[in-house]
Write a protein that binds this ligand. Structure first.
Ligand code: OSB
Ligand code: MG
Length: 368
């Protein structure tokens, strides 16, 4: 695995929908990309940090600085035994998992292309299609909630996740559940509640939710364990699991029964696989979360989801839901709630270089 040069690219894509969560409203996506070159091939990854630290603490500006000044100088011009050896070269740095994941994930794509195998197979996955659901933003009222749920149920999505926040939680859930008694329904609070809201969260027990995602603080496990004692619905941890060690502690202390596994949040594919394996050893299912990724991050997510303990539908819905025009050449479209896994080497998708040249806000090359 030889790393000869790198490209750092930033593009901005308008979202087709207004995406409201407990922490804000998104109408566009700034996509940081890293391309690693070696042996005449390229590996590509997408960063999932945002302009502002609203989901977790990492930011795009911070990540760009780290890539250019700290991480890339460590790997450019060097040869590694495999992507895990490359990640080890960044192993003494703390935190910044999403920035490190960009390097690691690009390395996995490049490595899988070098070996001429699909990334999912190289990770140990065996599925040709993965089950997907959708994550739906906060709507203006109950009727709008029922309408948008109906549209996505009709499209075949296998699980509907509703974003909630204090003051808008029981209402959308009750409306969606009354209209669709049999769907797999979940909610995601993105850390908007505290234990003082136990009553409100316990009321959600009435609606047969598969899980309640990240109700409490983004960096908390103990309060989630306390909440889990008080409510029946399993908690699903997203923000607060950033490593295999977190996953082990969270499951051991019963802070939840399900993990939303985002490859970028835990530092890349190898760490994600460890989280996956630890969850399996506890008998806890994982599912693949999303961060409104472009086709690059989406393809990485689909490949990771081929591992066996991804037992619940992921957030990796069709690219055409998000964008008029994606930055890759291949469509990533689910049918009947199943997303086909791209079959070519690596992620199996390629950058639309012509489109990127037109819209890039930053495009820099870096050499050893
Ligand atoms: O909490 O899962 C989340 C998007 C941005 C930040 C956090 C989250 C999300 C989503 C969207 O839920 C999932 C997707 O459609 O990619
Ligand atoms: Mg979440």
């Amino acid at each position: 695995l030889k790393i000869e040069s790198a490209e750092v690219i930033i593009v901005r894509l308008p979202l087709k929908f207004r995406f409201e969560t407990s922490f804000g409203v998104q109408t566009e996506k700034v996509v940081p990309l890293l391309v690693l070159h070696g042996n005449g091939l390229e590996g590509v990854a997408e960063g999932t940090m945002e302009a502002a630290p609203m989901y977790r603490e990492e930011t795009i500006t911070g990540a760009l600085h780290l890539l250019k000044a700290v991480f890339l100088p460590r790997i450019l011009g060097k040869t590694f035994a495999n992507p895990e050896a490359l990640y080890d070269a960044l192993g003494d740095f703390r935190g910044n998992k999403m920035a490190r994941a960009m390097v690691e994930m690009a390395a996995w794509d490049l490595w899988a292309r070098t070996l001429e195998v699909p990334l999912g197979q190289l990770l140990g996955g065996r599925k040709e299609r993965v089950e997907v659901g959708v994550s739906l933003g906060i709507q203006s009222d109950e009727q709008a909630t029922v309408d948008i749920v109906r549209r996505h149920v009709e499209q075949g999505y296998r699980r509907i996740k509703l974003k909630i926040k204090p003051g808008w939680d029981i209402q959308p859930v009750r409306a969606a559940r009354e209209a669709f008694p049999d769907i797999k329904l979940t909610v995601d609070a993105n850390s908007a509640y505290t234990l003082a809201d136990t009553g409100r969260l316990r009321a959600l027990d009435e609606y047969d939710l598969v899980y309640i995602e990240q109700p409490l603080a983004w960096d908390d496990l103990p309060d989630h364990a306390e909440l889990q004692k008080r409510i029946r619905t399993p908690l699903c941890l997203d923000e607060s699991v950033t490593s295999p060690q977190d996953a082990r502690k969270a499951l051991a202390m019963h802070a939840g029964g399900v993990i939303n596994l985002k490859v970028s949040r835990v530092g890349g594919h190898a760490e994600a696989r460890r989280v996956h394996d630890i969850a399996a050893s506890f008998g806890a299912p994982v599912w693949c979360g999303g961060m409104l990724e472009s086709g690059i991050g989406r393809a990485h997510n689909i490949h990771l989801s081929t591992l066996p303990n991804f037992k619940l539908p992921g957030d990796t819905s069709s690219a055409s839901r998000y964008w008029e025009q994606d930055i890759i050449n291949e469509p990533l479209e689910a049918a009947d709630g199943l997303m086909p896994v791209p079959s070519g080497p690596g992620t199996g998708v390629s950058l639309n270089r012509e489109f990127i040249a037109r819209i890039a806000e930053l495009h820099e090359e870096q050499h050893a």
